[in-house]
Ligand binder design. Structure first.
Ligand code: AMP
Ligand code: ZN
Length: 462
C-alpha cells in the first residue's frame, strides 16, 4: 500500500495518513442543509470529498463514508414558516435534488446518508451525558448550552484567540464568527410555530452542531469511544461547527473524536465567497442552462487544489468544457481502434507519477497534467493510453468508462452540420440565445439533433 499524505487542520501539517484499523477508513463528511438547491460552492466541496474517497479506495482502503443530511435547522425553519409549510415539505424535494446533483457530477455514493430528524434519541442521550458530567447547563431561556469554559481544549482545531471568548455569554443561533466565541446551544427550547420533540429537558429541537456529533458517533463507532479517521467539510465549518463538534463529542466520551480534519477552500464569485446569504450563487441548473455539462464543472474543480480558493467564471467553465470535449473525442477515437495490449514498463512509470500526485494531499491539477501527458505522448500506443486513462479516471471520475456507448453515433456527422453547431456554440457563448435556438431548429430540420451530454453539446443523428 502506498503512502497517502493529507493536510490535517488539527496539526496544521501535511501528514502521512494512518488509519486506526488496518486498510479501513471511517470518514464523515458534513452534508447539505436541504432548504434550497446546493450551490456550486457546496458542490465543489462534495467533489473534493469524492476525490478523497476515491483516492483512499484507489490505494486499497475499504472506505466507510457517512454524509449527513441536515433536515432540521434555523434556515430550514425560517423558510418553512415563510412558505407556511411543514419542514419535511421543504427538505424532501431538496434532498432529492441533492442526490440528482451528486449523480450528475459522478460523485460516488457514500455508504449512508443519515438524517438529523431520525437521530433525536441519540442527540438527547449525548445532551443527557453532557448535563450529568457538568459540561452543559440550562439557560434562562430553557435552552441547553455547552459551557466552553469546562472543556479545556476548546479552540484546539480553529486555534482560537482566547481573548475573543465572551465569558458567561451564550448564543442560540447556530452560525456565528470567531470574534464571538461563547457558550453554544445544544437544545433549543420550543418556540411557537417551530417543530419540536419531547425530551427530559423540555420540548424543543437540537442545535445544528450536536446533530453532526450524534450522527458521526452513531455510524462510525464514536458511541463506543472509537476515534473516527477523517472528518471533512469546507473551511467555513472549522469554526464554530467543527470546533463545537469536537467539544461535545470529546466531553461525552473522554476520547479523541477525530484524527484528521480535512477542510476544503471556498469557491468564489468576483473574489467573494459564494453563499446563499450574499446572493451570489449559481446552481448546477444554471451551469446546465448555459449549456455546460456538470462534468465540465467537475473538470474545472479538479484543475485547482482543494485547499486553494477558486474564482468561478463562465470563461473558466467554457475552457473546462472544451478540454473535456477534447478528452472525450480522444477516448472515442481510441475506443474504435484500440484493444488493450499490456505495456508494463511505461504503464508503471505513469501510474506511479499519477499515484504520487494524487497521494500528495490530493493534487488533482498535477494528476490532470499527467493525464494530458499520456494523451500527448507520441511514444506509447493507443491501447496503453486507453488503459492508463481509464485507470486514472477511477480517481478523477470524468465518466470515461461510459463513453463507449455513444461511439457509433458520434461520427459521420457532415461538416456542414458540424459548422452549424459550431456557429450555434459561438452565439450561445455571446448569450445570443434566440438566433442560437433558430440554428438548433435548422440542425434538427436537417435530420440531426443536439444533445447536451456529459461531453457538452453533441451532434447526433436523429
Ligand atoms: P451547507 O449546505 O450550507 O451546510 O453547506 C454544505 C457544504 O458546503 C459545507 O461543507 C460547507 O462548508 C460547504 N460550502 C459552503 N459554501 C461554500 C463555498 N463557497 N465553497 C465551497 N464550499 C462551500
Ligand atoms: Zn456537520
Amino acid at each position: 500500500m502506498k503512502t497517502v499524505k493529507l493536510y490535517n487542520f488539527l496539526t496544521r501539517k501535511k501528514q502521512t495518513f494512518k488509519p486506526i484499523r488496518k486498510n479501513r477508513v471511517n470518514f464523515y463528511a458534513c452534508g447539505p442543509t436541504v432548504y434550497w438547491h446546493a450551490h456550486i460552492g457546496n458542490l465543489r466541496t462534495y467533489i473534493f470529498e469524492d476525490i478523497l474517497r476515491r483516492t483512499l479506495k484507489y490505494n486499497g482502503y475499504k472506505v466507510k463514508q457517512i454524509m449527513n443530511i441536515t433536515d432540521v435547522e434555523d434556515k430550514i425553519i425560517r423558510k418553512a414558516k415563510k412558505e407556511k409549510k411543514k419542514i419535511h415539505e421543504i427538505t424532501e424535494p431538496y434532498t432529492k435534488i441533492f442526490f440528482e446533483d451528486l449523480k450528475k457530477l459522478n460523485i460516488e455514493k457514500a455508504e449512508q446518508y443519515p438524517k438529523a430528524t431520525k437521530h433525536i434519541k441519540e442527540i438527547i442521550n449525548i445532551i443527557k451525558k453532557l448535563l450529568k458530567k457538568g459540561f452543559a447547563y440550562k439557560g434562562k431561556d430553557n435552552s441547553i448550552y455547552f459551557d466552553i469554559s469546562k472543556f479545556k481544549n476548546y479552540g484546539k482545531l480553529s486555534r482560537l484567540n482566547k481573548k475573543n471568548i465572551k465569558i458567561g455569554a451564550r448564543i442560540e443561533a447556530d452560525e456565528y464568527n470567531k470574534e464571538n466565541i461563547q457558550d453554544f446551544v445544544l437544545w433549543k427550547s420550543k418556540k411557537p410555530g417551530e417543530p419540536s420533540w419531547s425530551s427530559p429537558f423540555g420540548n424543543g429541537r437540537p442545535g445544528w452542531h450536536i446533530e453532526c456529533s450524534a450522527m458521526s458517533m452513531k455510524h462510525l463507532g464514536g458511541e463506543q469511544g472509537r476515534t473516527i479517521d477523517i472528518h471533512s467539510g469546507a473551511i467555513d465549518l472549522l469554526f464554530p461547527h467543527h470546533e463545537n463538534e469536537i467539544a461535545q463529542s470529546e466531553a461525552t466520551t473522554g476520547k479523541k473524536f477525530v484524527n484528521y480534519w480535512i477542510e476544503g477552500e471556498h469557491l468564489l464569485v468576483n473574489e467573494q465567497k459564494m453563499s446563499k446569504s450574499l446572493g451570489n450563487i449559481y446552481t448546477l441548473r444554471d451551469v446546465e442552462k448555459n449549456s455546460f455539462s456538470p462534468l465540465a464543472f467537475r473538470y474545472l474543480i479538479l484543475t485547482s487544489h482543494y485547499r486553494s480558493k477558486l474564482n468561478f467564471t463562465w470563461k473558466s467553465i467554457k475552457a473546462a468544457q472544451s478540454a473535456l470535449n477534447n478528452i472525450y473525442e480522444f477516448i472515442q477515437d481510441i475506443n474504435r481502434e484500440a484493444k488493450i495490449v499490456k505495456n508494463p514498463k511505461i504503464i508503471k512509470i505513469y501510474e506511479n507519477n499519477f499515484l504520487t500526485s494524487i497521494n500528495d494531499d490530493l493534487n488533482t491539477s498535477k494528476a490532470l497534467a499527467i493525464f494530458w501527458k499520456v494523451i500527448k505522448d507520441k511514444n506509447i500506443s493507443s491501447s496503453t493510453k486507453k488503459q492508463l486513462l481509464l485507470e486514472f479516471d477511477k480517481v478523477l471520475g470524468l465518466g470515461l468508462n461510459k463513453i463507449k456507448k455513444t461511439e457509433n453515433k458520434i461520427d459521420k456527422i457532415p461538416q456542414k452540420i458540424k459548422d452549424l453547431a459550431g456557429q450555434r456554440e459561438k452565439l450561445r457563448a455571446n448569450k445570443q440565445f434566440v438566433p442560437a435556438d433558430s440554428l438548433r431548429k435548422k440542425i434538427e430540420s436537417l435530420g440531426y439533433k443536439l444533445e447536451d451530454t456529459a461531453a457538452g453539446s453533441t451532434v447526433l443523428r436523429k
